[in-house]
Design a protein around this ligand. Structure first.
Ligand code: NI
Length: 193
């Protein structure tokens, strides 16, 4: 997409001139079924610093535009273990960057919540997952962090982490319901064109 890349030098020039930087150009979000949404993502390394520094603002821009509360790098075509999340508590931005997440512990208690996904626009289903998780990850500065998450945050992190394994939320439901959703999505996508 050469058209999008041309905006990046502009943004840098604006920032250097002391003006407000231009907002990041949102990356297009892949829609299921797509082979990259079924692929496993690789860990982020030191060598990826520049790549992810450019990727993160464009992932947030795509997520806020959708709008959504979470997005994983494979959804924008990058097979890296990188997530962005913002639950917008009290309608205020609270962006979280999660790199190379690992679930250290998950509760045996489960919770069921309705999930949707920016890669399956307009589709929703009830999904059962552990109610609480303990998570280790690197933040956007590669600093190591550990948190416990439950409720919407816990669900959101687990949903986004699934994308790193090539799993989407409909993989957690019955094949009957999954096939219904995938057919409905395909039909709606055809009508949009
Ligand atoms: Ni998703």
């Amino acid at each position: 997409m050469p058209d999008m890349d041309t905006h990046i030098p502009d943004a840098a020039t604006e920032a250097d001139a002391g003006a407000e930087p231009l907002p990041a150009e949102p990356l297009p979000i892949l829609v299921a079924p797509h082979p990259l949404l079924k692929s496993r993502a690789r860990p982020v390394t030191e060598a990826d610093r520049a790549t992810i520094a450019a990727l993160i603002p464009r992932m947030f821009a795509a997520m806020y535009r959708a709008p959504g509360i979470g997005l994983a790098a494979p959804q924008v075509g990058h097979l890296l273990r990188l997530l962005v999340i913002d639950l917008m508590p009290d309608d205020k931005p609270a962006p979280m960057v999660i790199i190379n997440p690992e679930i250290l512990a998950a509760s045996s208690e489960l919770c069921e919540r309705e999930e949707g996904c920016l890669s399956l626009p307009g589709q929703y289903a009830q999904v059962v997952r552990p109610a609480r998780i303990k998570l280790r990850y690197l933040d956007r500065d590669y600093a190591r962090r550990e948190i416990e998450a439950e409720g919407l945050l816990g669900t959101c992190i687990q949903h986004e982490m699934d994308h790193l394994e090539g799993t989407i939320f409909v993989d957690h439901i019955s094949s009957l319901k999954r096939n219904m959703i995938m057919r409905k999505l395909a039909k709606e996508q055809r009508l949009k064109k």
